[in-house]
Design a protein around this ligand. Structure first.
Ligand code: ADP
Ligand code: MG
Length: 713
C-alpha cells in the first residue's frame, strides 16, 4: 500500500520551515496606520466640509438623528477617500440571519457615453440599497413574490476598506429589512434594543436626580479560536464541511497538563497573530490581548471594549480577518464551538456594561449616591436574568454551541449569576438588614453609606459561571465562538430595559423618602431573585439538582432552548420595547430551527459517508489480511502468533460488524428521524470509529489524528 494522504500531510507540515526572527526588525508603524482603513475622524475631517463633518460625527458619537441633506456630500467624500485607498467598488455590508455577513458589490464606474466613463457614488447609493434577498433566510417574513430586501446605512459604524489582491472595496455597514420593514438581520433589533435600554435608563436616572445624559452600552468580546494546519484540514471532510471533527479518538495527552494556557506562543502562530492585528488596527479595531487558550492549538484574541454596535461589527470583522489570515498562513481557523471532542470548546465571552454620561454604572462608586445607583443597576440586571433566563439562553442556541452548553463542559446551560464574595456579602447585608461583614460596621444604608472599595478580581473568578460580575462589568460566557454577539446583546439590553422600567414603576408608586424606599425596594428584589445567584461549581451534578429545586430553567439543547421564542409573554415583552415584533420572533424561531436541523443532518451525512467510504475499506482490508494470515498459519501448523492474530481479528471483525450496524442506524435516522435521533446515532457511530482508530494500523488510518491536528503546527 502506498503511503497514505495523512502521512503525506504530516510530512508536509513537518517540512514547513520554522520562522526565524527577521534579521532586521522594522520600526513599528501601527501608531501611524491605526484606523486608516476606516472612514473615521481623520478621514472625515479631510474629505468633508467642517459643518458636514460635525453633523456626521454627532451621529456616530452621540447617535444624533441623521440629517439626510448631508448624504450627498458624505457619499462623495467617502468615494474620494475610498478611491484613494484603491477601492473600485462599494458594497452595503450587513448581517443577515445566516450568522455571517453579506455583501453585493457595485463599481463606482459608470458609463457616460460610448467610450467614456465616470466614477459615481451618490447620497442615495450611500443611504439605501435594494438587494434581491430571496436566498437569505427570512423565516417566512418575506414571501417569494416579494423577494426584495432593503439595506439602510448605519452611520454609527464607520465605513471601511476591505482589501484584496487586485484592489479594494468600500464597505458600508447597513441594517437589512424586508419591504414591510421587518428586520431580517442582527443589527436592526440590536439598534432598537439599545434605544429601549437608553430610554429606560434615562427614566430611572431621573429618580436619582441625575440630569439627562447620553447612554452608552459597551461590549468587549473575547474571541476564542483553533488553528489547524491546512494540510490536515484538507484531509478531514468533516472539518471542511461542518467545522468540527465528527470522529477522532482522544490522544493520550491533550490538555491535562494545563501546559498550553498562557504558554509561550509558537513563532508560526505569532506571525499569524501579528498579521491579524495589523489588519485590525488599520480598520480601527482595538485588538489588545492575544494568548494561548486552554486546549492545545486554541487561542484567544480580545479587543478593548467599545460602543456595543461598533463592537459587534468589529467582532464580525475579527472573525473574517482570522479566517482570511489563517488561510494565507497555511492554517485553517476554526470558529466552531466544539471542533474537537474531549478538549475545551470555543466561546465568545461578552463583557457588557452601561455608561451614563460617560460614567460606567457597573463600577462601584466613590460616594453614597453612586453606590446607590450601582446597586440598583446591579439588582435590575439580576432581576432581568432571573425572570428572562430563557430568552438569554435562546440567544445562545445552535448546533455548535450545544456541545458546550448542556454538553460536558462549561458553562452549563443553566443561567446563574456569580457576584463574588464581597458583593455577595453586600447583597446579604441589604437583604437581611444586618451589618456588612467587610465594613465591620453598622447595617448598610443605601444612598447614605459608602461601600468601601470592592477589590476587583480578588475572589475566585469562578470560570464555571455563565454570567459573572467581574468588577465593573458582567461577563456573559455562554455565547459560542461563531455566533454574532448581537443576538445575545439584543436580548440582554431588552430584558434589562424591562427591569429598569419595573424599578421605575415601583419607585413611582412609593411616596416619601427616596433612600428609604430604595432600600426597601432593593431588599425585596434580592429576596425575590436571589435564587439566580450561585457561587459554587456550575459543572457539578449537585448544581443541576439544586437549580431544578430553585426552579431555574435548564434547556440543554437547541430544540428546547429556542422554544421560548414562541412564548406569547416573551413576544409581548419584545414587542412592547419595540425590539422584535411577534412575527419577527416567530421568524427567528423558524430560522433557528431550520438551521439547526440542516446542520445536524449535514453532520450526519458527513459521518455516514466518512464511515463507509474512508474507514470501512481500511478496516475490511486489514481484517481480510489477518484472516488470510490466520488460515495460512493454520495450514502451515505454526505454533506461535496465531493466538495474537486471532485475538486481533476478533476485535477488528467485531468492530467491522459494529460499524455496519451503526451506519445502518444512522442511515435510518437520517431518513426518518429528527435531530435528536440523528445526534444519538452519530454519537454511537463515533464511539465505534474511535475504538477502531486504536486498532487499525496507524500507517493506514486515513484521517489526521487528534495528536497530529492539535500538536503539529
Ligand atoms: P479575562 O479573559 O480575564 O476575562 P480579558 O482582558 O481577556 O479578560 O477581556 C476582558 C474584556 O472586557 C476586554 O475586552 C475589556 O476591554 C472588556 N471590558 C473592560 N471593561 C469593560 C466595560 N466597562 N464594558 C464592557 N467591556 C469591558
Ligand atoms: Mg480573556
Amino acid at each position: 500500500m502506498n503511503i497514505n494522504n495523512r502521512i503525506h500531510a504530516i510530512n508536509a507540515v513537518a517540512a514547513r520551515l520554522p520562522e526565524s526572527p527577521a534579521a532586521e526588525i522594522k520600526p513599528d508603524a501601527s501608531i501611524r496606520t491605526y484606523g486608516i482603513d476606516a472612514f473615521g475622524e481623520k478621514a472625515i475631517a479631510r474629505y468633508l466640509t467642517k459643518p458636514t463633518a460635525a453633523k456626521l460625527l454627532a451621529v456616530a458619537r452621540d447617535h444624533a438623528p441623521l440629517d439626510a441633506s448631508i448624504a450627498d456630500e458624505v457619499a462623495d467624500g467617502m468615494r474620494r477617500w475610498a478611491m484613494e485607498m484603491g477601492a473600485t467598488h462599494f458594497t452595503h455590508w450587513f448581517q443577515p440571519l445566516t450568522g455571517g455577513t453579506a455583501e453585493k458589490h457595485n463599481s463606482f464606474l459608470e458609463p457616460a457615453g460610448p467610450a467614456r466613463a465616470i466614477q459615481a457614488f451618490s447620497g442615495k447609493n450611500l443611504i439605501g440599497g435594494e438587494a434581491d434577498a430571496s436566498s437569505l433566510p427570512s423565516g417566512g417574513l418575506r414571501s417569494t413574490f416579494e423577494a426584495r430586501g432593503y439595506t439602510a446605512w448605519d452611520p454609527t459604524s464607520p465605513a471601511f476598506i476591505k482589501r484584496h489582491a487586485n484592489g479594494a472595496t468600500l464597505c458600508i455597514p447597513t441594517a437589512f429589512c424586508s419591504h414591510t420593514g421587518d428586520a431580517l438581520d442582527s443589527k436592526t433589533p440590536l439598534l432598537r434594543s439599545m434605544q429601549a435600554l437608553s430610554k429606560a435608563l434615562k427614566r430611572l436616572m431621573a429618580h436619582f436626580g441625575q440630569p439627562d445624559a447620553p447612554v452608552s452600552v459597551t461590549l468587549g468580546a473575547e474571541q476564542e479560536y483553533f488553528l489547524v494546519d491546512r494540510c490536515f484540514y484538507m484531509q478531514r471532510p468533516d472539518l471542511l464541511q461542518t467545522g468540527r471533527t465528527v470522529f477522532g479518538a482522544a490522544p493520550a495527552k491533550h490538555q491535562q497538563l494545563d501546559d498550553h494556557y498562557y504558554g509561550a506562543i509558537r513563532p508560526r502562530v505569532l506571525k499569524f497573530m501579528t498579521e491579524v492585528e495589523e489588519q485590525l488596527w488599520r480598520l480601527g479595531i482595538p485588538a489588545k490581548t492575544r494568548h494561548n487558550e486552554a486546549a492545545p492549538a486554541q487561542f484567544e484574541l480580545a479587543p478593548i471594549f467599545e460602543d456595543l454596535n461598533l463592537a459587534v461589527d468589529h467582532n464580525m470583522l475579527i472573525m473574517e480577518t482570522l479566517h482570511r489570515t489563517a488561510e494565507r498562513n497555511g492554517f485553517e481557523c476554526l470558529l466552531h464551538e466544539k471542533p474537537f471532542a474531549g478538549v475545551n470548546g470555543s466561546g465568545k465571552h461578552c463583557n457588557w456594561s452601561i455608561a451614563y454620561g460617560g460614567r460606567n454604572l457597573l463600577e462601584p462608586g466613590a460616594n453614597p449616591k453612586e453606590n446607590a445607583i450601582f446597586l440598583t443597576i446591579l439588582l435590575a440586571v439580576i432581576r432581568a436574568i432571573d425572570l428572562h433566563a430563557d430568552m438569554l439562553r435562546a440567544s445562545t442556541a445552535g448546533a455548535g454551541n450545544d456541545h458546550r452548553l448542556g454538553g460536558n463542559e462549561a458553562p452549563p446551560a443553566i443561567l446563574s449569576i456569580f457576584l463574588g464574595d464581597e458583593l455577595g456579602a453586600v447583597m446579604k447585608a441589604i437583604e437581611t438588614g444586618t451589618s456588612w461583614a467587610a465594613s465591620g460596621r453598622t447595617r448598610l444604608k443605601i444612598g447614605v453609606d459608602t461601600l468601601p472599595p470592592l477589590p476587583r478580581d480578588t475572589t475566585d473568578r469562578n470560570r464555571t459561571s455563565p454570567f459573572a460580575f467581574t468588577g465593573n462589568k458582567f461577563e456573559f460566557r455562554a455565547p459560542g465562538a461563531s455566533q454574532n454577539c448581537a443576538q445575545n446583546q439584543m436580548v440582554l439590553n431588552t430584558i434589562v430595559a424591562e427591569s429598569l422600567d419595573a424599578l421605575s414603576d415601583k419607585l413611582d408608586a412609593m411616596p416619601g423618602d427616596f433612600n428609604a424606599n430604595l432600600q426597601k425596594l432593593l431588599q425585596r428584589l434580592i429576596r425575590a431573585h436571589k435564587r439566580v445567584l450561585f457561587a459554587g461549581d456550575g459543572y457539578s451534578a449537585a448544581w443541576q439538582k439544586e437549580a431544578a429545586a430553585r426552579g431555574l430553567p435548564n434547556l440543554p439543547d437547541t430544540l428546547s432552548a429556542i422554544a421560548p421564542l414562541k412564548n406569547p409573554a416573551n413576544q409581548a415583552l419584545f414587542e412592547k420595547y419595540g425590539v422584535l415584533t411577534g412575527a419577527e420572533m416567530e421568524s427567528r424561531y423558524e430560522i433557528a430551527l431550520g438551521a439547526y436541523e440542516r446542520r445536524v443532518r449535514i453532520e450526519g451525512g458527513v459521518s455516514l459517508e466518512m464511515a463507509r467510504a474512508m474507514i470501512r475499506p481500511v478496516v475490511a482490508d486489514e481484517f481480510s489480511k489477518l484472516a488470510t494470515a490466520i488460515s495460512i498459519a493454520k495450514k502451515d501448523g505454526l505454533k506461535v502468533g496465531v493466538t495474537g492474530l486471532r485475538a486481533l481479528s476478533l476485535k477488528l471483525g467485531a468492530g467491522l460488524d459494529d460499524l455496519h450496524v451503526k451506519c445502518e442506524r444512522l442511515e435510518r435516522a437520517l431518513a426518518k428521524g429528527g435531530p435528536r435521533a440523528q445526534i444519538a446515532a452519530m454519537a454511537a457511530l463515533r464511539h465505534t470509529v474511535d475504538a477502531l482508530e486504536h486498532l487499525v494500523d496507524d500507517a493506514r488510518w486515513p484521517l489526521p489524528k487528534y495528536r497530529e491536528m492539535l500538536f503539529i503546527y
